[in-house]
Design a protein. Structure first.
Length: 335
């Protein structure tokens, strides 16, 4: 099909979209980047982070169970080595009300052989052996802590690389959810996903590794020109903001972080109307407590996050979209 086997950075060729079993319908998957607290505005550091927000996870998990959400906690190195986090998340996993996956933050994940830098914060930029060593250490720690092999992966900062696909296949990972369509991180030496599809697709012709992109949508009369307009924005930083302000073109990511409930509901409706089989929601676990991310500086902003999820899941329920699990996605795509 014309693409190097397992290339995750290139736009997949036509015909690579994943087909879902009849009866699967349209579903939603809630992914949580479950990670340490750090200053998002400061340089990356190996140390000096916290995990105090873990105390807020039980409330969130109970809330998810009430609204019918089934979170997938994508756990990184500091979290899997935090006993309270393992206890809280492990309890939900054992009860079948949550799942656990892998999220690699290379700057806090041994072995520590690379310079800490913006470029090296994208794991896919590391030498293949080092990316593999970091990933394997984390994956094995997660299996030991939670008693089951993780099947889903997200690269921290969406940092896939040319060797990541082979690494994931060899480790038994069945789903990657690192691609963030409509977003471009190349100005930071990261990947460019601005032209990647939002629908799930196979990374290789053998259908052994499924890409489940994080859901984003262009809304507005100019939405078919979205990629072109965003390319212009690289050279004229204020170019896109005018279109967004006038609602001629909005780029809506399905996250409570920096996206209002009203915007998210527009994105949800557009995604459902487009026939997207799985809507993938995402956010960072430190946002569950005030003061750790730019999106939750106060208790009021934390409460707004809960209101956002309540509104989004009410809309999803009204439109017949149910939660799903990683296992159900694998089964529905022929795994």
């Amino acid at each position: 099909r014309g693409m190097t086997r397992g290339s995750m950075l290139e736009v997949p060729p036509a015909g690579r979209s994943a087909a879902f079993a009849p009866g699967f319908g349209q579903r939603v998957l809630l992914t949580v980047d479950t990670e340490e607290e750090f200053d998002w505005r400061a340089p990356f550091r190996r140390e000096g982070y916290g995990t105090s927000h873990v105390a807020a996870i039980p409330r969130f998990q109970a809330f998810c169970e009430r609204i019918g959400a089934h979170p997938v906690y994508l756990v990184d190195w500091p979290i899997v080595h935090e006993p309270r986090a393992v206890e809280i998340i492990g309890d939900a996993v054992r009860r079948g009300t949550a799942e656990v996956g892998v999220q690699l933050h290379p700057w806090v994940n041994p072995p520590f052989e690379e310079e800490v830098s913006v470029r090296n914060s994208f794991a896919g930029n590391l030498p293949p052996a080092l990316e593999a060593a970091k990933f394997t250490a984390l994956r094995d720690a997660i299996e030991t802590a939670f008693g089951r092999a993780p099947l889903i992966y997200r690269a921290g900062r969406y940092g896939l690389g040319p060797h990541t696909a082979a690494l994931l296949r060899n480790a038994g990972i069945r789903i990657d959810t690192s691609v963030r369509p409509l977003f471009d991180y190349s100005s930071y030496d990261g990947p460019d996903y601005s032209n990647h599809p939002v629908t799930p697709y196979w990374i290789d012709a053998e259908s052994s590794l499924l890409e489940l992109p994080v859901t984003s949508a262009y809304c507005g009369p100019l939405r078919r020109f979205g990629p072109l307009i965003h390319r212009v924005q690289r050279h004229v930083p204020t170019f896109f903001s005018g279109f967004s302000r006038l609602r001629l073109l909005e780029r809506i990511a399905l996250t409570p972080e920096g996206v209002s409930a009203a915007e998210a509901l527009r994105g949800v409706d557009l995604s459902i109307d487009a026939g997207l089989p799985v809507l993938v929601l995402s956010f960072h676990s430190p946002t569950l407590a005030p003061g750790h991310t730019p999106y939750a500086a106060s208790e009021a902003q934390v409460e707004a996050l809960y209101d956002w999820f309540a509104a989004v899941y009410a809309r999803l329920a009204a439109r017949g979209v149910r939660s799903c699990t990683v296992a159900e996605i694998i089964a529905a795509t022929g795994g």
